[in-house]
Each structure stands twice: as C-alpha cells, then as structure tokens.
Design a protein around this ligand. Structure first.
Ligand code: BG6
Length: 473
C-alpha cells in the first residue's frame, strides 16, 4: 500500500448531526431541527412547527457545540491529518435572508478552526450539508425561488472572507444529486401533490447549481489558494445481466446520478438534460449559463457507501434498501444491518469511472459502516467496522497505485458517533469514537475511542502500510 505523504487521511461529520445547541447564541431554526426521530422502518417526520410530543434528535446532537475541545483533541490523538465538517448556515444567518451575519455564530467556527490548527488538522468545509435556515422555506419556498441564490452566495462569501486564513478546501452542497429522492434534506423542499414534482426538483437543482458555481467564483476571487469542490453521492451502477437492455438501463441511470456533477465539472448541461429542462420550462437565463461555465470545480468529492444494480424497466425485481438512491439486490454482496450492500471493489470502479469522465482530482469525503455497537468491559470491539474500512482502503490504494488515479484524500464517515441523517437514530453508529447517547437522546455523552479508533491511528501513522487488525484498543 503506498499513499503519498500529503494524502489527506481524515474523518467526516456535519454540523447538524453533531452540534446540538440548536438555538444557542442566536442560531435560527434549521431544516434539520424540525425532523423527528425515525427508525429503520419509519421515516423521519417533518413538523414545520416544533411539537413537544416528538423527539428531535438534532436539537442535542452529540453536543459537539460544548464538547468540541475534547472531541478535536481526540481527533488529533487519532492522528487525523484532515477533518471534514460543515458550517451551519442557520448559525451564521439565522433567518437566511438577514443582511448581517450572526457574530456569535462566526466566533464559534473560529474556535473550531483554531483548535484544528493547534493540532495541524486541515479543515475541509462543506457549506451546505443537509441544513438550511427554516425561514427560507417558510418565506420563500426554499430553492424553488431564485432569491435563494443571493442568500446562499451571501453566506458563502461571508465565510470565505471570515475564514480566509483558516480554510483551503471547500465543498459547496453535500450530495447535490440527492435532491430527487431526499428533497427535504438536500433542498428544503416539500412538494405539494398539485405541483409538477419533476419541475420543482429540476428548477431547485438549477438554482443550486448556479449558487454553487457563483460560490466557486467567489472562493477563487477571495483567495486564489482556495480549492473548491462539489460533492456527489456516488454509486457505481452495474447492469443486472449482459442483456443490452439492462446495460443501457445501467448506463442511463449512471448518467442520471451524474447530471449535477457534469454541470459542476463541465460548466454546462448535458444535451439530454438541456432538452428535458426546456420541456419542463425550467427558468434558466443566459447569465446563469455564463456563471455555470465560469464556476467549475477544482476537484470532485464523493460519498461512497454502496454500488447499485439496474435492469431494464420491463423487468420488475425488488429494490434494495440503501443510501437515498436505490437499485435492485446484488446476490454477490452482503448487506449491513440497515440493508446497505457492501462493495469495496465498487469503490475502485467508482474512482476509475469518475476519473475517466472528469479527469479531476478526487476526494472521498464519506465512506463508513453504520451499525450497532456494544460496550463490553468499557470497550467497543468493532472489528466489523475495521474490516469494512480496511477493505475499502485497499481498493483505494489499488485505484491510486495500479490504476493511476489521482485520489488525494479519504474521510471516514464518521469521526465520531452522530445522529443518522436518514433515520435520526443514534443506534446506527458510524463513529470511530463512541458517544454515550441513545435514540431518545438519553445518556451522559461520554466519549470512548472504539477499537477502530486505534486501528485508524495506526493506518494513518504508517501511511496506509499497516492495515491489519492487530490492535488492542
Ligand atoms: C450521507 C450523508 O448520505 O450518508 C450523511 O451525507 C449521512 O449526512 C450518511 O449521515 C449516512 O447516512 P445515514 O442515513 O445512515 O445517516
């Protein structure tokens, strides 16, 4: 295994899943704050007004807001070279349309960056990770409205300026292509039955793409050393059989997954998407097209949890569970307890696919295993997580060394246990650090390094040479 000295070994979180302190220091309510507790089989509910009969797990998160010093000290002890995080938009602009930012919100992230720099940990910052000010939904209808571009770019420019000396790596929207299936988290959208769903989604996505491109342009203007990437939820898609109809279905599906990514990298819509947008009468101006062409990203980042399988629409196999975008079951793969198919080779294939399409440096900003952990004698022996991560890292190494792909970093999802975005559960744990809190938000929030924490520490300190599970955590 050979990884370059400057490879960005790291781990990832998002503000809304960890911070808690949902109304502290002037923060406004966000889209994540009105999501109720869900479960494996029960979707999270959105209640536009808070209702005391429900549990809202993000209100407390893991209280990173008050534990950040201790947590970042542990990240440093693990040897993280980088830490991917997000800034809560609703902490900086509580209503979204405020003229001036909330100073206390800005101060909080100064403290975070100071703490990270103290340990030489490179921050990788997502601007919008499944969180936005709720007022923007109530007052403007969210990304349906062109005005959102102005509000987002104001937020982006403020943080680019404020943290000019602290942050080099930025991402615009987390999993921008998730808006179709995860419209609330990715776009703050509740789509009425009387609306044309396809039109609402593609109009909103267009405004997000323009906002993303404008943010790229601003980031470069404010600091020429800024590197700014997009973030795509990426599964490689296999055809179910070699029936050309299945192969075509897989290829079409793959293109769909990359519609937004194509715009962010190439600066224009693929022809087929342009035609569809015309048919849907999507509001796109010449100015927008000019911005898209100038605001192309410096690198491509992805979340990778699974591959998918597709078949021709005439066939009707059962769909599997998974992360936001769904395919049919792959008999060659095992699944997690939450039904997500595990496919490390799929990660290597994903990197190959993306590199040959985009020829841009790639950064993996999410990859990890969500499952239950047990504490035994004060320890968490999460060999299953080590096995998952180890197998994925091996494939990344092959992609770099055998396939010649420029992958410049890897971020485990997640640095520490956090509230699941899909279900709101705590029991679906991803962290390298355990947090004592349950699905009802009960627990003293004690942090305990898992066995995977010590294992990852060794991986990083040996630059990926030691991937073996011979650690006594
Ligand atoms: C990604 C999101 O889709 O997957 C994260 O960017 C999320 O925010 C992660 O937590 C895992 O999904 P889940 O639903 O298990 O939390």
């Amino acid at each position: 295994m050979v990884f370059k000295d400057n490879f960005l070994w790291g781990a990832s979180t998002s503000a809304n899943q960890i911070e808690g302190a949902f109304l502290d220091d002037g923060k406004g309510l966000s889209t994540a704050d009105v999501l109720t507790q869900g479960s494996k089989n029960k979707e999270r509910k959105i209640t536009m007004e808070l209702n005391p009969k429900y549990i809202y797990p993000n209100h407390k998160g893991i209280d990173f807001y008050h534990h950040y010093r201790e947590d970042i000290r542990m990240f440093a002890e693990m040897g993280l070279k980088s830490y991917r995080m997000s800034i809560a938009w609703s902490r900086i602009f509580p209503n979204g349309d405020d003229e001036m930012p909330n100073k206390k919100g800005l101060d909080f992230y100064h403290k975070i960056f100071d703490e990270l720099h103290k340990y030489n940990i490179e921050p990788i910052v997502t601007l919008s990770h499944y969180e936005m000010p709720l007022k923007l939904i109530k007052k403007y209808g969210s990304w349906r409205n062109r005005k959102l571009i102005t509000f987002f770019v104001r937020f982006a420019s403020v943080v680019f300026r404020e943290y000019k000396n602290d942050v080099r790596y930025w991402l615009t929207f987390n999993e921008i292509n998730a808006i179709t299936n995860n419209s609330w988290n990715a776009g703050g959208l509740i789509i009425d039955e009387n609306e044309n769903k396809e039109k609402v989604i593609n109009q909103s996505l267009h405004y997000q793409l323009v906002a993303s491109a404008k943010a790229v342009i601003e980031a470069h203007k404010i600091n020429k050393d800024n590197k700014i990437g997009n973030m795509i939820l990426f599964p490689i898609i296999y055809p179910k059989t070699c029936d050309p109809k299945d192969v075509l279905a897989a290829s079409n599906f793959q293109n769909e997954v990359l519609e937004a990514g194509d715009v962010q990298v190439f600066g224009k819509y693929p022809q087929k998407v342009s035609e569809r947008n015309k048919q849907l009468d999507i509001n796109i101006t010449d100015d927008d097209m000019d911005i898209l062409s100038r605001g192309t990203v410096d690198f491509v980042s992805i979340s990778y949890y699974s591959s998918l399988v597709a078949e021709s629409s005439e066939k009707k196999s059962k769909r599997t569970l998974g992360n936001v975008i769904f395919g049919i079951s792959n008999p060659y793969l095992v699944t997690t307890k939450w039904g997500w198919q595990i496919d490390p080779i799929g990660l290597r294939l994903s990197l190959r696919f993306l590199y040959s399409r985009y020829k841009k440096p790639l950064l993996i900003v999410e990859n990890g295993l969500g499952t239950e952990d047990k504490i035994e004698n004060g320890k968490i022996n999460d060999d299953y997580r080590i096995d998952y991560l180890q197998r994925h890292i091996k494939e990344i190494s092959k992609a770099i060394n055998d396939d010649g792909i420029d992958v410049f970093g890897y971020q485990v999802w997640s640095a520490i246990d956090l509230v699941s975005a899909g279900t709101g559960e705590m029991r679906k744990r991803y962290g390298l650090i355990y947090v004592n809190s349950n699905d009802s938000g009960k627990g003293d929030l004690t942090r305990i390094p898992k066995k995977s924490f010590y294992w990852y520490k060794k991986v990083i300190s040996t630059k990926g040479k030691s991937l073996g599970n011979d650690i006594n955590g």
